[in-house]
Design a protein around this ligand. Structure first.
Ligand SMILES: Cc1ncc(COP(=O)(O)O)c(C=O)c1O
Length: 473
């Protein structure tokens, strides 16, 4: 485990205030909370965009919503030129709700609904097909509306397991997404689309891998180039998906990935004509997200010291299967070092064991823990077990915190629910006075309508300026 401990001054460093004598007093998030380090996010995002543009003139960063769909983060990416990469109808609707225009949405996923697929195609989204019914529906649309330029991408199921052995994350070494190049399903899909007048305008090559090595991208790009040449395609886009490794001083660098992609793809496509799409998630958003928690109880059972925090493993490791150690800072004023302290979470299950500290300063009630690099596949996978979604803050370059999500409470949990009033009727959350009778489900659906928009909160700055509505470049 990588643990940094410190005396109370270290606590100030956690909150970004230990920046010299002129620094303003520290601001502490109300724990448990995620804290986004915005300057770090800026650094990663801009270095990714620079590497991409340096190697491919026409390129698109489509941020992977599923990695972390915190609304603040999605809007952050939109304001900085990124597109949305969505993997379901619901994520598509989320992108539209956050003002991504349809023609700046990359629509992936194996379970698109017919209506959403059709509207996305008509409105100019980049749509990568991943199911046979989607092929049928796209063909149907092209036949019905011959005046439309119906163009689609096709997700390619390529043989990663033999090209770069040991990389697939599936238990059986078989990738499930896309149309198989090996057994002819890819060619059958292309034939059906072409016959109906659909233009096969893109290839989608994503695979999640164990090592995120450059060799995976070399194999993917080489395969894409082969498919383009052998099938006589003139693609508008090649989508290399996500799965990149990233972080400050990380290797491979973003530059390494794009150099390899360029080298392989330009054998078959013209970088001036074909757009390169990439769908990064974790490499941009894992490092800037910290998780802050406070010690609320310390107890001994036999020889075991338990340190209970107000946070939970449901936030730090929502699938409860992490084996990698955390990067963790603890702030303790104690001079005493204990050989073992078991940090356990606030939920009422024995399984909520967050981590074990070895040879660490003794933690006491009120001490704080800060876990680093927890922005990927944590917030979206967290369930609503016992306690609900925690606070989220953004920390700016001056160390000032702005809250961008309030902790969910009972009201947020109750939203979109109906329950019996006891007199045969159904009622909903307190703020929605409408009630619906169980015999009239249409009324119930009205209650499940999306909430009305709320005013944008004021963003407080050190100088007390109101930056509401301002897009930060
Ligand atoms: C199609 C697609 N694109 C992008 C991503 C984002 O991957 P990562 O967060 O590893 O960059 C994924 C993740 O599985 C994916 O399935």
């Amino acid at each position: 485990m990588s643990v940094q401990s410190s005396m109370p001054e270290g606590l100030m460093a956690i909150d970004g205030a230990a920046r010299g004598p002129a620094a303003a007093p520290p601001e502490h998030p109300q724990t448990p909370a995620f804290v986004v380090d915005e300057p770090l996010l800026d650094a990663l995002r801009s270095s990714f965009q620079h590497a991409m543009a340096a190697h491919w003139p026409s390129s698109i960063l489509a941020y992977s919503f599923k990695t972390n769909a915190l609304p603040w983060l999605l809007a952050y990416f939109r304001h900085r030129g990124a597109w949305a990469e969505v993997a379901s109808d619901t994520e598509y609707e989320l992108a539209v709700a956050l003002d991504f225009p349809p023609d700046r949405i990359v629509f992936n996923g194996p379970a698109k609904r017919r209506d959403r697929l059709r509207s996305a195609l008509i409105e100019g989204s980049i749509v990568n097909l991943d199911a046979k019914r989607e092929v049928t529906w796209a063909a149907e649309l092209a036949r019905e509306r011959p005046e439309l330029d119906v163009r689609v991408g096709v997700r390619v199921n390529w043989d990663l397991a033999s090209l770069v052995p040991g990389e697939l994350i599936s238990e059986d070494d078989v990738a499930r997404f896309g149309f198989s190049l090996v057994n002819g399903e890819f060619d059958a899909a292309v034939a059906e689309l072409r016959e109906a007048g659909v233009r096969v305008a893109g290839l989608h090559m994503h695979n999640s891998t164990r090592s995120k090595s450059v060799e995976v991208y070399r194999a993917a790009a080489r395969t894409a180039a082969d498919v383009v040449s052998t099938r006589g395609l003139t693609p508008d886009w090649i989508d290399m998906g996500g799965g990149f490794f990233g972080g400050v001083d990380a290797t491979p660098t973003f530059d390494d990935y794009f150099a390899v992609i360029r080298e392989e793809l330009e054998r078959a496509v013209d970088p001036e004509r074909t757009t390169l799409i990439v769908e990064p998630g974790g490499c941009l958003v894992a490092p800037p997200f910290e998780y802050h928690a406070t010690v609320i109880d310390v107890k001994d059972v036999g020889q075991t010291r338990f340190v209970v925090i107000d946070g939970s493993r449901t936030d730090t490791d929502p699938l409860f299967r992490r084996t990698r150690p955390y990067e963790l800072r603890v702030a303790s004023a104690s001079a005493r070092v204990l050989p073992v302290q078991k940090v356990v979470g606030a939920t009422l299950t024995e399984l909520d064991r967050v981590t074990t500290l070895h040879d660490e300063r003794e933690l006491r009630v009120g001490d704080r823990l800060t876990f680093s690099k927890l922005g990927a596949y944590t917030l979206p996978l967290r369930g609503l077990f016992i306690d609900y979604l925690p606070n989220v803050y953004v920390r700016d370059a001056d160390g000032a915190l702005t809250q961008v999500r309030r902790k969910w409470g009972a009201q947020e949990f109750l939203q979109a629910n109906l329950w019996s009033d006891g007199d045969g009727s159904l009622r909903g959350p307190a703020q929605d006075p409408t009630s619906a009778s169980p015999e009239r489900p249409a009324d119930a659906s009205a209650m499940l309508a999306p909430p009305t928009p709320v005013r944008k909160p004021r963003r407080r700055t050190r100088a007390g300026r109101d930056t509401r509505g301002a897009d930060v470049a």
